[in-house]
Write a protein that binds this ligand. Structure first.
Ligand code: 1PR
Length: 523
């Protein structure tokens, strides 16, 4: 029996699912006594440091936790569950942490994209039970903007390189805590969890490659999901966002099965986009929530879900906040949510007034769940112009000349799945969303979508150069070479594809095999 401390933020569902997949049962801490009664305690912190500590205090959990830790009882902290052990965090000045491990939690101050999102390696500093059966070149999944700096180096279990050498896990007697997410680290993560749960193994020092660890470029499989005309929820795929063929919605399979196939084939992440959620209300769309729940039961890589995240008034006049919609998605197994149409409307208002309201979906969700949990999905379309001063938007020179030989273009943001063009460009939108608290940009391109003609490298470069958060290049992948092109010619951290995987023209395994000796990837 594992006791799990859920203080109510973010996706603990995936930790529960990962533990249950290993044949263990999970009990939740509902009162302070449950902490001391635990045989093994798992603390999967998610969200923001300040709100986490506030909830722990309000629920009277600080003292029991400290007692448990000082008694050297088996403990596994994950992400914020690691950071909570320290004195304080730069994320929430003035809010004390548990102070069990002397030291602080710092924000990255590096030239690379922050948050540090993706699969990176581990440099092991001391033997541990959790490394039993490790080969030594495993990668694990990180998603964080802050990292721990312990005063005593003897507690450092592993470090990881990302612009600096950060402490990626600590070990102090039976207390182990990781900055990375074992529950999202595929087979490697399940092995770590299994080793922790077994408790009887010998400490192991795995074989190691010398040198720096490197963040892998991520390959993401995207499932556009909607109901077809018979009411079945299907994976579909458009050509330039048109998902109908001979009048019918294309049906490329059942979402849960397709996601599982991509997980087994090595996807680093899976995204579900509920593409008609702009007109339906996601909280009434139980099948979609069910898809997420069932997928997260046996897919142990990060899941992003988008569609319909906005404030909403239902038919009875009841108001639902975007935060409530996101919360339901997180509870159902999402690690990140993605905001499309609402982001455009928020940015329009932000640009018009020059002020952030603090109440937009981007701001509210990132405040509660952390900005790493908020992806903004952009659906831009090329608009050609003769000269850069013809419009007030960010215009770029293009090698792909327009129909009348135009040498310039801008990328017009759209809402409602490309149905409505708005007066904002993709570069401005990405920058504004970063300011408002988005942690990542999913950059589609309607002109390339479903064409198999390759990613729009000009668009990716224009957006990537304008922001310091990670960018996922999307739309147009048709061959393995397109993935190399996007990683070699842009700084995008990830590449997303849909059609070629759904139609089984190219597998994720084949993409990785091709990239393997050319760019850093997770095998
Ligand atoms: O606006 O917050 O409700 O979110 C709706 C979400 O649904 C947005 O993220 C939007 O991108 C997405 N969406 C809406 N309509 C469509 C459509 O296709 N008709 N799909 C749609 C967007 C684009 C990509 C696609 C890549 C790769 N799909 O996700 O997977 O272009 O495709 P490819 O590799 O086959 O070229 P909101």
């Amino acid at each position: 029996m594992i006791t799990l401390l859920d203080y109510g933020a973010g996706n603990v569902r995936s930790v529960v699912n990962a533990i249950e997949s290993l044949g263990e049962t999970v009990k939740f801490v509902s009162a302070a006594e449950d902490v001391m009664a635990a045989e093994k305690l798992v603390f999967p912190g998610v969200g923001a440091f300040g709100s986490m500590m506030r909830v722990l205090r309000e629920r009277g959990l600080v003292e029991p936790l400290l007692q448990y830790l000082h008694a050297n009882r088996p403990f596994l902290g994950i992400c914020l569950g690691l950071q909570a052990l320290f004195d304080y965090s730069e994320e929430a000045p003035g809010v004390p942490g548990l102070g069990f491990i002397p030291g602080v939690v710092k924000r990255f101050d590096i030239d690379l994209s922050v948050p540090h999102i993706g699969w990176n390696g581990l440099k092991v500093k001391q033997p541990s039970r959790i490394f039993a059966n490790f080969s030594g070149n495993e990668k694990v999944y990180f998603v964080h903007s802050y990292y721990v700096a312990p005063n005593d180096q003897n507690v450092v279990l592993t470090t990881t390189d990302y612009g600096c050498e950060l402490v990626s896990s600590i070990q102090h007697g039976n207390i182990i805590a990781t900055q990375f997410h074992p529950e999202k680290s595929s087979r490697t993560g399940l092995l770590i969890l299994e080793n922790f749960l077994r408790q009887n193994g010998e400490p192991v020092l795995p074989p190691q490659n010398a040198g720096e660890t490197r963040l892998a470029k991520r390959i993401i499989a995207c499932l556009d999901v909607r109901s077809n005309d018979r009411g079945d929820l299907v994976v579909t795929k458009g050509d330039r966002y048109d998902v109908r063929e001979h009048g019918e919605v294309r049906n490329l399979g059942k979402p849960v099965d397709v996601a599982r196939r991509y997980y087994e084939d090595g996807a680093d992440e899976i995204a579900f986009l509920n593409i008609t959620a702009f007109r339906d209300f996601p909280l009434e769309d139980m099948p979609m929530l069910e898809v997420l729940r069932r997928t997260s039961e046996n897919v142990f890589v990060p899941l992003t879900i988008g569609g319909g995240i906005r404030d909403y008034t239902d038919v009875n006049g009841k108001k639902h906040s975007a935060l409530a919609v996101a919360a339901e998605y997180f509870r159902s197994g999402a690690d990140k949510i993605s905001i499309g149409s609402d982001a455009v409307l928020i940015v329009e208002q932000f640009l018009a007034t020059g002020e952030a309201t603090g109440r937009s979906s981007i701001e509210e969700i990132s405040r509660v769940y952390g900005n790493q949990a908020v992806v903004v999905s952009i659906d831009p379309r090329r608009v050609y112009v003769r000269s850069p001063d013809e419009v007030k938007h960010r215009v770029i020179p293009t090698a792909l000349l327009g129909p009348n030989g135009e040498r310039y273009c801008w990328y017009q943001c759209t809402i409602k799945g490309g149905r409505e063009g708005r007066d904002v460009d993709a570069v401005t939108l990405a920058q504004a969303c970063e300011k408002l608290g988005a942690g990542e940009i999913l950059l589609n391109c309607i002109d390339q979508d479903g064409t198999s003609a390759g990613f729009d490298l000009e668009l990716v470069n224009a957006v990537k150069q304008a922001v310091s958060i990670p960018v996922i290049a999307s739309s147009g992948a048709g061959r393995v070479e397109h993935f190399l092109e996007v990683f070699a010619q842009t700084e995008a951290e990830s590449a997303l594809a849909a059609g070629i995987f759904h139609r089984k023209e190219v597998s994720i395994g084949a993409v990785k095999k091709y990239l393997h000796d050319k760019v850093e990837i997770r095998l």
